[in-house]
Design a protein around this ligand. Structure first.
Ligand code: SAH
Length: 218
């Protein structure tokens, strides 16, 4: 039997030492959310290995260091309204909710209904559904009916920043998004909007599943 909480604590200590976790809020959240609960039973053994895992429909749960780093870049605090594109297992959405001390609103949208249902089940059993709302659809269009969002977290790589997402980012908002550069390379960007001025800062090369992206969504 694996002692999951010990394994989790060890991984979080590594992520602090490696510089991926820099705030107490993200450290606490990563120590709190049980990643094993977001995995099918045959993958639980690997819950606290720091790499992505393929879950279903060829989609992945991001590596823990990537989840931590993206949460740090989002500069989260209680009370914010956050949009996540690419719910997957629901793990990242739970970590975001936990960084905000479960006070705030997380809207997350998933393309595959089967994965969205899986995420809802995972989030429900851990009591996150009063903070996290799961939607099925094309997240490159965002969720206009709930916009604007203080933070937007994109967990699938897009060819460019989807214009609808930029529109739905509030002033002073922060978006974290992996963008494709050429056919193979992807770079994680922090996109900010201040008094209508958009700035894009490249952070690190990354490797995400591709976003389903519809130009007609513009
Ligand atoms: N955040 C997830 C990891 C997601 S992997 C987790 O913590 O587990 C990326 C997810 O984005 C996949 O589930 C994929 O199906 C979804 N996706 C890809 N394109 C999308 C789109 N246009 N709209 C919504 N979801 C999308």
């Amino acid at each position: 039997m694996i002692n999951y909480s010990e394994a989790r604590a060890r991984l979080v200590m590594d992520l602090v030492n490696e510089g991926f976790i820099t705030s107490k809020a993200v450290e606490r959240a990563m120590l709190t959310v049980p990643r094993e609960e977001f995995l099918p039973s045959y993958l639980r053994l690997y819950a606290y290995e720091d790499y992505p895992l393929e879950v279903m429909y060829k989609q992945t749960i991001s590596a823990p260091h990537m989840v931590a780093m993206m949460c740090e870049l989002l500069n989260l605090r209680p009370g914010l309204k956050v949009l996540e594109v690419g719910t997957g297992t629901g793990y990242h959405a739970a970590v975001v909710a936990e960084v905000m001390e479960r006070r705030g609103e997380v809207y997350t949208i998933e393309y595959y209904p089967g994965l969205a249902l899986y995420a809802v089940q995972n989030l429900a059993k851990l009591g996150y559904l009063n903070v996290v709302r799961v939607f099925v659809g094309d997240g490159s269009r965002g969720l206009p009916q709930y916009a604007p969002f203080d933070r937007i977290l994109v967990t699938a790589a897009a060819p460019k920043v989807p214009p609808k997402l930029l529109e739905q980012l509030s002033d002073d908002g922060i978006m974290v998004i992996p963008l494709e550069e050429g056919r193979i390379h992807q770079v994680l960007y922090v996109v900010t909007k201040e008094k209508g001025v958009v700035r894009m800062k490249p952070v690190i090369p990354v490797s995400f599943v591709r976003m389903r992206y519809t130009e007609s969504g513009e």
